[in-house]
Ligand binder design. Structure first.
Ligand code: C2E
Ligand code: CA
Ligand code: CA
Ligand code: CA
Length: 278
């Protein structure tokens, strides 16, 4: 009935208002978060599948408001992107990740640090200048840093992306495509962009042992990467069976709860020391 229809409409309307209100509140809290020192980075180990050695870590952003519960990045990053706040936040991430890379280097550890970069940072900021400033401040060589970008980011404006990626490559940074296989882009960019690595999205890894289609996709990604001379890393590896299968199919690197959860840098130090002495 009409009555019912209207009721349903206003219900969704209210829900949408609630969602918009929540975003507004989050936005104003996010705007203060940098000044209040509420962000931190955690690091998830990346291992060589053959040797099991930890060669690097992905820096993942965490937000713990002073007066509240931690908020996950999947919740606050979209809001930060929508509002442009991802630009100052992303800049903080870059500087902090370089500082950590410096600590590892000072400790005599060879650790590559991967940094997630949003499209806005490519198109609306001087990413190269930010990286150069962090490089100057810390003295960390660019080869110790890898930039992670998603496919959808690259196809937004292929020409502009190309210029930035070429500059990154010239400066010596590593370039990885994140969540590979989930975007809607063509494969043509694989040969056009100066990439180093593909990251197989977790959605293909989770059931790689039990689902023939996921396995076919994971294998195809590994083959594409290998034939283009790119490194390939599997995300979201949780079991030894997944790791063994991916390794057997030629996957170079792994990342996931099996090897370590995202953790504070000093906890990762403990893991690195244990490995070194054990
Ligand atoms: P991502 O870049 O794909 O990062 C991997 C996500 O998978 C992380 O979630 C990580 O904790 C999770 N993960 C890793 N291994 C496993 C596993 O074995 N099992 C399961 N179930 N999950 C695993 P997280 O930390 O919640 O980050 C979510 C997303 O937020 C990231 O996805 C990335 O897109 C974004 N993000 C995180 N930090 C930053 C940042 O500094 N800048 C930007 N622009 N985005 C970031
Ligand atoms: Ca990533
Ligand atoms: Ca990913
Ligand atoms: Ca993801």
């Amino acid at each position: 009935s009409k009555e019912c229809g209207r009721g349903t409409f206003s219900y969704f309307d209210e829900k949408m208002n609630a969602k918009a209100a929540e975003r507004l509140v989050m936005h104003s809290r996010l705007r203060q978060a940098l000044g209040r020192d509420e962000f931190s980075l955690v690091y998830q180990p990346q291992v060589n599948m053959r040797t099991g050695r930890i060669f690097g870590a992905e820096a993942l952003l965490r937000w713990t408001p002073r007066d509240g519960e931690p908020v996950g990045p999947s919740r606050f990053i979209p809001v930060a992107e929508e509002s442009g706040l991802i630009l100052p936040i992303g800049e903080w991430v870059i500087h902090e990740a370089f500082r950590q890379a410096r600590r590892w280097r000072d400790a005599g550890l060879s650790m590559q640090v991967s940094i997630n970069v949003s499209g806005l940072q490519i198109y609306r900021s001087d990413l190269i200048a930010t990286l150069a400033a962090a490089q100057r401040d810390t003295g960390v060589p660019p080869r110790m840093i890898e930039v992670e970008l998603t496919e959808s980011t690259l196809v937004e404006d292929v020409h502009a992306a190309h210029e930035v990626l070429d500059a990154l490559k010239r400066a010596g940074y590593g370039l990885a495509i994140d969540d590979f296989g989930t975007g809607y882009s063509s494969l043509a960019y694989l040969k056009r962009f100066p990439l180093n690595k593909l990251k197989i999205d977790r959605s293909f890894v989770t059931d790689v042992c039990s689902n023939a289609e996921d396995r076919a996709i994971a294998r195809a990604i590994i083959q594409i990467a290998r034939s283009l001379n790119l490194r390939v890393v599997a995300e979201g590896v949780e079991t030894v069976e997944q790791a063994a299968l991916l390794r057997r199919h030629g996957c170079h690197e792994g990342q996931g709860y099996l090897f370590g959860r995202p953790m504070a840098a000093q906890d990762l130090d403990g893991l690195l020391e244990a490995r070194a002495s054990g």
